[in-house]
Write a protein that binds this ligand. Structure first.
Ligand code: SF4
Length: 401
């Protein structure tokens, strides 16, 4: 994806489900007008979910997710089916592709029940309708098309657009806290773990949101922060720091200036800041032998380097003085059974869409496992969680430490 395109997490995620040979890939090619998916007569060409970011008119920026066949066989096939079901957690619109000549099967019925269960807007797409010209299954929840003949593809795109989720009531990243011409200082340490030659996605998105507010962003390294505060001429409305530099930054920034972190801003924007802030207190209750799950939203660790796998475990072990055991997951993987964990620490989730982040928070809540994130956990261990939550009105009178 180019640097100028809509971040993946802000795109409508369209999951395409169905049995092998129902024509999922052909449907993707027909609605995009491009030869994107691998179409083959061999059953089961799609083995892992394949994500493609693109513009889909009349809807706009979307991510299409091509999933493995629901009737896959063998031990590997079972794993692939599990992956297809996991995709439901990030799906904003589901398309269930059914071969008209075969009709609805038990595999289709099973996933349809799950889609309905999760309240995901959906359409059953009866493909290959040209083989059975008299058949017309078009209803409120279904449409008959032929990907190969191009029949009703235009209507299908219109119906998909009509299912698009309305904008949510989640707060923006930061612009609601700012007035035009406010100064905001962003502290971005450039150490060995920072990616070469660029800012990471949460930093880019925050700068963009500050521009939306008509405010002014000043991006500095932690080593230049003190000098910047002295020479600025007026106090910034807010200082936003990378979580890793929290401790040092909080010493430099006077108490009178609001201070928070990128991951705290994203927890508020994505899901439930209250839950992850409360979850940080579970750190105090950890005992020898406890299991901690550290979960990252993307598989390319380059963006967050070794914060999750090295720095957080080290900090947590040192802070608690306990013998803790860590498990790690990344990307779409998120265990459905969380019962063996005493705490979950999640990354900022900048590449996860709101549906998936909320799903993970709900899983933890339902199984009564405390969940926190990198920023809130680090702020808690540095004794400045209360201060970093102060910029948000909803926490003003709360008891966060
Ligand atoms: S690990 Fe998490 S916060 Fe870091 S880039 Fe990936 S999704 Fe974003």
């Amino acid at each position: 994806m180019s640097l100028n395109s809509t971040p993946s997490a802000d795109r409508v995620h369209i999951g395409i489900f169905g049995r092998r040979n129902a024509g999922k890939s052909s449907i993707i090619n027909a609605i995009t007008g491009q030869n994107l998916a691998i179409v083959s007569d061999t059953k089961g060409t799609t083995t892992d979910p394949v994500l493609k970011a693109m513009e889909l008119l009349p809807l706009g920026p979307v991510v299409l997710i091509d999933t493995p066949g629901l009737d896959d066989e063998g031990a590997l096939g079972k794993l692939r089916i599990e992956k297809a079901y996991q995709v439901l957690n990030k799906t904003d619109i589901a398309l269930l592709v059914v071969d008209s000549s075969v009709g609805m099967t038990k595999e289709d019925e099973k996933i349809l029940a799950k889609i309905r269960d999760k309240n995901i807007p959906y359409l059953v797409v009866y493909n290959k309708c040209d083989i059975l010209p008299k058949m017309n299954s078009t209803t409120d929840y279904a449409i008959s098309v032929s990907a190969s003949a191009g029949t009703h593809i235009h209507e299908l795109k219109e119906r998909i657009a009509a299912l698009a989720p309305q904008s949510t009531d989640s707060p923006p990243i930061v612009r609601d806290l700012l007035k035009p011409n406010d100064f905001v200082i962003l502290v971005v340490p450039i150490d060995a773990s920072a990616p070469k030659g660029r800012l990471i996605l949460p930093q880019q998105q925050t700068i963009r949101d500050i521009l939306e507010a008509g405010a002014i962003s000043i991006v500095v390294k932690d080593s230049e922060l003190k000098e910047t505060l002295t020479t600025l001429g007026k106090n910034p409305a807010l200082v936003i720091t990378d979580s890793q530099a929290f401790k040092e930054v909080s010493k430099v920034v006077p108490e009178s200036i609001p201070l928070t972190s990128f991951s705290i801003l994203f927890a508020r924007h994505k899901g439930d800041l209250g839950t992850v802030a409360n979850g940080a207190h579970a750190i105090e209750k950890l005992k020898d032998g406890d299991m901690i799950l550290i979960s990252e939203g993307c598989t390319h660790h380059r963006q967050c380097e070794d914060i999750g796998t090295v720095k957080i475990p080290r900090l947590l072990t040192k802070y608690t003085g306990k013998d803790l055991h860590f498990s790690f997951t990344s990307g779409v993987e998120f265990p459905s059974d969380l019962s063996k964990y005493q705490l979950i620490i999640h990354c900022g989730g900048c590449t996860l869409n709101e549906r998936e982040m909320k799903y993970r928070l709900r899983c933890a809540k339902d199984q009564e496992v405390p969940i926190t994130n990198y920023g809130t956990a680090i702020a808690h261990m540095n004794g400045i969680l209360k201060r970093s939550l102060k910029p948000f009105n909803e926490f003003e009178s709360s008891n966060f430490q």
